[in-house]
Design a protein around this ligand. Sequence first.
Ligand SMILES: [Zn+2]
Length: 249
Amino acid sequence: MTLKKDKGLCIRATDYSESSQVLTFFTRAGGKIGVIAKGSRRPKSSFSGAIEVCTVGDMVFSLKDNDKLGTLTEFNPIFFGLEIRKKLFALNCGFFAAELLNLFTKEHDPHPALFDDAVLFLHKLDENPDNKVLPFLILFEFSLLENTGSQPACGSCANCKRKFDADWKQFYFSPSASGFICRDCEAAFTDKKIMTFECACCLNQPSKVLNAQTAALVAVEEILIDYITAVLERRPKMADMVLGLIKKL
Ligand SMILES: [Zn+2]
């Protein structure tokens, strides 16, 4: 039995027996893994208490090649997200990010750049008031889609390949077409949604969300959640909670 060291972000936590937890971590070097933390819910355990979703830490664990579940032997938190837990929208965004990481990644399939972006997003949730975090949620979702090979086509019409620009005059997004649809092609796509030019520009160039109006950000997030639902063929559990809270920001 060899011990492995990695950085990990806890994306799922389930109580197990009287005092233990079964945890899913998205690790930096090893991708998604499942581990059991024996005795972690005892106050005086070596883990210093139960491990919560959205905590990031240095892990030591053992995992044999064909084991479904490894054993966590050490966990030293480097990010607790204490401020996230005091804010309703930030907390739900953190849970949503954890759910998306779980749904979009496979076990033992590492994405170090996505790990770094996820940790960066948690820091943004921790540091910012709730009314400032929506752009960072959108940037995280783009990173997730890009790193897992599910990026939507927002540079040209997904149907006729005409390059996106202001001359389109009308702008549509179709989840089934996985991207933009121009005015000439829209009639064939029943699931298309019309969007403003500002919304289309944010999808075309995600860094623009940092200077976008709230209405455009809300529209971008609605489109991304519909798109993510189409990619996964099911709606993430946290999606409607997040959309409901966005409207109250
Ligand atoms: Zn077209």
